[in-house]
Design a protein around this ligand. Structure first.
Ligand code: ADP
Ligand code: MG
Length: 396
């Protein structure tokens, strides 16, 4: 059964509290990338169009550690949101108490109020019931649209739901659950997962959870070297997590048992340093010529093999770049795989901050079915863990 959606709530004449993810970069009061603000617009507009009496928005920003910190104020976000919505957004300098209540009470019909950073209060991260109740008292209904915060049992995400008259997922949250949920439970096949990035340890749960579900598992990036170590291949000074070699060996055994195609790089680009302009060489992964150098990208034979493995895919989940894509000399593997993912005729899902940056760098972001915004939350979800902020919401 799916999670109840904002579309199942009667919002007319009600005050709606929407937990959003406005955790955007702000420097000297100026907002950098405003993607997260833009992504909340459909849910806010939906509530206003459905006749909500007022929309009360709340978010965290940065890590103020339970104390007010002007550098992490959400005030600049209220102004930016107002521009994007084309309607003024009132800002309450406190998220609970008289100031918050006053701002909500004095909002005009169909008004929008943004509350100050929830994490200025330690009670937020402690999932404090009294604090959650104060937040809940600001509105009649609760909507969670902050997928990126759903893996945390925080007051505005978890405890608050027990104090409201009705609760549901927002449109962004609904979309995340739809795509990630379908990939895990009812994927069109072949289902291919691509895992890369810096560390096996970040993604081991995801690999283990995906083994029984996928038809092919593609591994690249630094994490491949822990697998190579397990296989006794020369790794030079590549990033290897010595304490994960046994787990990598275990994953290889499980994949074999399941008859799963687990693809590892066959060639790679090696260099002495992670630096633009250093001499680089492409070698087969079995070649001892790596010496004391590091593997920093997958090679062209690997890109070709991975593109072949993706050709007939109907579902693709990708998390983690294939190399140090930030440096052009080591970005070809990631860009090659991105191009192959973009060509897939099926559902493609990309998650992870660096992976999203990589698909933008490759210029194919608009050809991905779903770009998952919640880094940690999407990894926990794909790793088979229940998200507290989702579990607490009623079923449809
Ligand atoms: P995501 O943010 O998409 O989840 P990660 O944070 O796990 O991805 O990994 C991205 C980082 O991994 C990038 O900074 C990239 O440079 C690094 N990386 C990828 N391959 C290698 C490699 N072979 N050696 C060192 N670093 C690598
Ligand atoms: Mg990252």
């Amino acid at each position: 059964m799916s999670t109840r959606s904002i579309r199942d709530l009667d919002l007319k004449g009600r005050r709606v509290f929407i937990r959003v993810d406005f955790n955007v970069p702000i420097k000297n009061g100026v907002i950098g990338d405003d993607t997260r603000i833009r992504e909340s617009l459909p849910t806010i507009r939906y509530a206003l169009d459905a006749g909500a009496k007022a929309v009360v928005l709340a978010s965290h920003l940065g890590r103020p550690k339970g104390k007010p910190n002007p550098e992490m104020s959400l005030k600049p976000v209220a102004a930016r949101l107002g521009e994007l919505l084309g309607t003024p957004v009132a800002f309450a300098g406190e998220c609970i108490g008289a100031e918050a209540e006053g701002a909500v009470q004095s909002a005009p019909p169909g008004g929008v109020v943004l509350l100050e950073n929830l994490r200025f209060h330690p009670e937020e991260e402690n999932n404090d019931p009294a604090f959650a109740k104060s937040l809940a008292s600001l509105a009649d209904l609760y909507v969670n649209d902050a997928f990126g915060a759903a893996h945390r049992a925080h007051a505005s995400v978890e405890a608050i739901v027990r104090g409201v008259g009705g609760a549901a997922a927002g449109l962004l949250m609904e979309k995340e659950l739809k795509y990630l949920g379908a990939a895990l439970d009812t994927p069109d096949r072949p289902f291919v997962a691509i895992l890369g990035g810096a560390k096996v340890s970040d993604k081991i749960d995801v690999i283990v959870n995906l083994i029984p579900r996928v038809d092919r598992l593609i591994i690249g990036g630094a994490m491949a070297y822990t697998f190579f170590k397990a296989l006794g291949k020369p790794v030079g000074r590549s990033l290897v997590e010595a304490d994960k070699v046994d787990e990598a060996r275990d994953i290889l055994a499980r994949a074999k048992e399941r008859g799963l195609q687990l693809l590892l790089p066959v060639d790679h680009v090696v260099a002495a340093k992670i630096e633009a302009g250093v001499p680089a060489e492409t070698l087969d992964v079995d070649s001892p010529a790596i010496g004391e150098r590091m593997g920093l990208d997958i090679g062209p034979k690997t890109v070709a093999a991975y593109a072949t493995a993706l050709r007939d895919a109907k579902t693709v989940v990708w998390n983690g770049p294939m190399g140090v894509f930030e440096i052009d000399a080591f970005a070809k593997g990631t860009i090659g795989v991105a191009t192959a993912v973009a060509a897939v005729k099926g559902t493609t899902i990309v998650g992870g901050g660096d992976s999203i940056a990589a698909v933008h760098k490759a210029g194919i972001a608009d050809r991905i079915t779903h770009i998952s915004t919640g880094g940690g939350a999407s990894l926990e979800f794909l790793g088979g863990q229940k998200l507290p902020g989702v579990e607490v919401l009623p079923r449809a």
